[in-house]
Design a protein around this ligand. Sequence first.
Ligand code: PMP
Length: 428
Amino acid sequence: MTDLYARHKSVLPDWLALYYEDPLEITHGEGRHVWDAEGNKYLDFFGGILTTMTAHALPEVTKAVSEQAGRILHSSTLYLNRPMVELAERIAQLSGIPGARVFFTTSGTEANDTALLLATTYRQSNTVLAMRNSYHGRSFSAVGITGNRGWSPTSLSPLQTLYVHGGVRTRGPYASLSDDDFIAACVDDLRDLLGHTRPPAALIAEPIQGVGGFTSGPDGLYAAFRDVLAEHGILWIADEVQTGWGRTGDNFWGWQAHGQSGPPDMLTFAKGIGNGSSIGGVVARAEIMNCLDSNSISTFGGTQITMAAGLANLSYLLEHDLQGNARRVGGLLIERLRAVAAQVPHVREVRGRGLMLGIELVKPGTDEADPDAASAVLEATRADGLLIGKGGGHSTSALRIAPPLSLTVAEAEEGATILERALRSLTQ
Ligand code: PMP
């Protein structure tokens, strides 16, 4: 055990999750690579849990942040803040929500907390619909609605939450249905839930479940839900903390795969936009955002230093069409991984889109999740110079691949080769 790890264990909470038997200390990064304290270099296929949206140490972001740091880090949200207004304008326009208002926070958790505050106030109901296997953050209310039990340390909650089927197709009662039948079954389930409760304020859902293992229902699922929700005046909140900013390749936001009945009433964002600096936020239709009847600010939400990072990062993303890159390189990567998967009996499914790909591992010849295999692949890839993530529902048996969106074809090939070696070693 390194000295730093020993000190970490003696002063930080036991429940603070760390990857790897011998945890990593990352000291610096460049492009799609990071280095640890011993000087080992890694190809980064997890981007700090999808926080590194464009690239590590992107010169454009570094320059914007250092110039801003030389002027002022933060002046208070009680004063006008030019970079905050500029970033809000750009996000409002990109959101697809008509007449959108934007409120900045410092994390995805706080963004979802704010969305729940808005929805429950707007609708005067503290009942919320969330998806089974979902993850929405770690505050009291976000934990309270999170469907993934592995990440819900308390059963107490300020909100009454009802859980909806549809975010996972790998297993469960509807797993073998066609897309249309799956959607119809989930809609029936939703209607059934609504028949037994006071009208909920909102449905909050990740278009692709992140912590849950990069799983999703078929495209169009949330559009079908939306039609039912609209009959009851229930709001739809898309949690875009992992799926936003073009990561899924085909779309800028995850909700767009379900956009037949228009944009969501609210979307929440975080992670990638700051390229590692702490930006979260909510975008909502004006009448929802403005339903609070007392003042509110977030001391650090929208602070100049993070807004400078966000603006430079977003400009780079758009100017270099990294969404298109995610589609192209992600398309090659998934093909390559599917070819490997066909030969490795532990792999049940390779799924996802763009640069958000999941590999579901099972005990060969069964449908049983294999968390030990996922841990073994995580360790083996690390030893071979590749960082990936893991996730999943009742057990952590999916590998998560989400590199910075500037990933090159050569890097995708290199990472796939390392993954292939690790996956094949499961059967040796
Ligand atoms: N929503 C989703 C979909 C997430 O994946 C996460 C973080 N993993 C959060 C919310 C919470 O974000 P944060 O960790 O920034 O509070």
